[in-house]
Design a protein around this ligand. Structure first.
Ligand code: AMP
Length: 319
């Protein structure tokens, strides 16, 4: 039986379905989770279906996840979307259901779950949810689901700019656009930035450091973030900015956390950077990864490694 059919068989069996996604969610986490919940609720109005997790202010226009009583897990099917490894799952009860399913598009480093469907060639988990609907006769899209999934796809592809965008991504997007939602409004929402983020963007461009071999980096310490009245989530819109500069091959935004550790956000226009992320307890896609660092003293060695990766890159300049 195809994996989509196996997943659907489980969905049909359970009357309670709880859908999780990753911590520090992005539009694809919200879109794939919310889109799947909406699709399943439409097909099975009698089932209790919950999209759970912390409700992030900047993403609440996509969907509003809920917090639920842990007792609900006792007889539930749990599905986790867009989350490569278990420590990154938002919500500590995900393992307390009767059956666990992973649906994801990141490299399958941690194949958790009783059923695991991973397609690392998909642009986004939202794209996979459309594939799922298309594979299952009993399921159909709705305008509300199409809007969430569209937001997820344009989020993870940088509005079709990144490598992960395929002809299939565009076909799936075209399918979503057939539904009645305000696509231009979603595009605007995804492009909007607050004034503090705009000021942080200016700071990033002003203070960006460039290594000998065209890797770029900036360290955003607690005091800087406080000066701009921004929390960690406020860094998301500035992560792509160094990549707009001609000649920059790869870059990292290093963000100090409340506990004074550092979050490493790493991006690339060609050199493979997820092996570097793994060295720092992280991982991710070849051109978009994240990791963590305990202490500031490790930063110079980390930047040297990123510079060496840029130096070793012989592929085309991808400006
Ligand atoms: P971010 O910079 O946090 O948006 O992360 C980019 C990508 O890197 C995510 O989509 C994840 O695939 C991956 N990633 C980020 N942080 C981690 C981590 N701590 N462990 C494993 N993968 C991560």
């Amino acid at each position: 039986m195809a994996i989509e059919q196996e997943i659907f068989k489980k969905i049909a069996e359970f009357s309670t379905i709880i859908i999780h996604r990753h911590q520090r969610p992005d539009p694809d986490a919200y879109g794939s989770q919310g889109g799947l919940a909406e699709i399943l609720q439409t097909a099975f109005p009698e089932k209790k279906i919950y999209a759970v997790g912390e409700n992030i202010h900047g993403l609440s226009w996509i969907n509003q996840p809920v917090e639920i009583d842990s007792k609900l897990y006792q007889n539930a099917l749990v599905i986790v979307t867009d989350t490569a490894n278990q420590p990154r799952i938002d919500g500590k009860h995900f393992n307390e259901g009767k059956f666990l399913i992973k649906i994801d598009h990141h490299p399958n480093e941690d194949p958790y779950g009783d059923l695991c469907w991973v397609n690392a060639n998909a642009s986004s988990c939202s794209e996979m949810i459309v594939d799922f609907v298309n594979a299952i006769q009993e399921l159909q899209l709705t305008a509300a689901a199409a809007r969430m999934l569209y937001a997820g796809i344009i989020g993870d592809t940088g509005r079709f700019m990144y490598d992960a965008t395929t002809p299939h991504t565009m076909r799936v997007t075209a399918q979503l656009m057939e539904y009645d939602f305000d696509q231009a409004a979603v595009n605007r929402k995804m492009d909007n930035i607050s004034l503090p983020v705009a000021r942080l963007a200016a700071y990033v461009y002003q203070n960006l450091q460039i290594t000998d071999h065209h890797a770029a980096y900036i360290v955003l310490k607690r005091e800087t973030m406080e000066k701009f009245a921004l929390k960690d989530a406020g860094t998301a819109p500035i992560v792509p900015l160094p990549g707009k500069i001609i000649g920059i091959k790869c870059w990292t935004i290093i963000v100090q956390q409340k506990d004074h550790s550092f979050r490493l956000r790493i991006r690339s226009k060609g050199p493979i950077i997820n092996e570097l992320a793994k060295e720092y307890h992280g991982g991710g896609h070849p051109l978009a990864s994240g990791a963590v660092m305990a202490d500031e003293s490790e930063i110079p060695a980390y930047i040297k490694k990123l510079d060496a990766i840029a130096a070793g890159y012989t592929g085309e300049e991808n400006d």
